[in-house]
Unconditional design. Structure first.
Length: 230
């Protein structure tokens, strides 16, 4: 194997191991020696690829920042608001489940925001976008109108971020499906079906758009050493 190709593969292995380490332990708890040992290399070899722990962490926060912004750009004004809502939230939940580097970046930006006593930019921007789309969706009678857009946005965001920690990530009911089911329960069509024939299954009689297709960016995903579905 050419030296350049071997170095590139080692670089990727370090990134996979580091993603798992930061996602599990955060910045303070991440151990560079443990990362190097996971790859079967020395700590000095790790430093040959990344000059510092800060530089390594910055790799993940930079990728995370790019990916979630790309996800928000997936909003298409030609589509119904509910379709866009599904596209963003299910896509985000799916990335949390499948991409270890995305999870590492999320953990790191959450910690950084906590030190400032605020929220990560991803949360505030997601909240603003969801609130706007929910309001538009209610105006089109796609979603129930008994609750404010701000309340529904907060509920959905809690589900998106909480699903990874509370829902088994493998199998038919992963975090993405959990978010999808929430949109079904909030749909106006489901509410009308439930009122006409109340039952536990009525709200799920009609699938929301996100249950009919996969949304969110899929290239360049990195399951990583700590991916729960490997």
């Amino acid at each position: 194997m050419p030296k350049q190709e071997r170095a590139a593969r080692t670089h990727e292995r370090f990134l996979d191991a580091s993603a798992d380490e930061f996602a599990r332990h955060g910045y303070a708890g991440a151990n560079l020696q443990r990362i190097a040992a996971t790859v079967g290399m020395t700590k000095g070899a790790l430093y040959a690829h990344f000059p510092s722990k800060d530089a390594l962490a910055a790799t993940f926060t930079s990728v995370f920042d790019r990916v979630w912004r790309e996800l928000l750009q997936e909003v298409d004004d030609a589509d119904p608001p509910l379709t866009n809502l599904c596209r963003i939230t299910v896509g985000f939940a799916r990335l949390m489940n499948t991409d270890a580097r995305f999870r590492a970046g999320l953990r790191l930006v959450q910690e950084e925001a906590a030190t400032r006593g605020g929220l990560p930019e991803v949360v505030t921007d997601l909240s603003a976008t969801l609130t706007r789309l929910i309001s538009d969706s209610q105006a089109r009678e796609e979603l129930v109108t008994g609750h404010s857009p701000e309340l529904i946005s907060s509920l959905v965001l809690s589900s998106v971020f909480g699903a990874y920690y509370t829902v088994p990530p493998c199998g038919p009911r992963d975090g993405a499906e959990q978010v999808c089911r929430l949109w079904q329960l909030l749909s106006q069509q489901a509410a009308l079906a439930a009122s006409a024939a109340p039952s536990a299954e009525a709200p799920l009689a009609q699938e929301a758009p996100c249950c009919q297709a996969s949304y969110g960016p899929t290239p360049d995903q990195h399951p990583g050493a700590g991916d729960p579905c490997r």
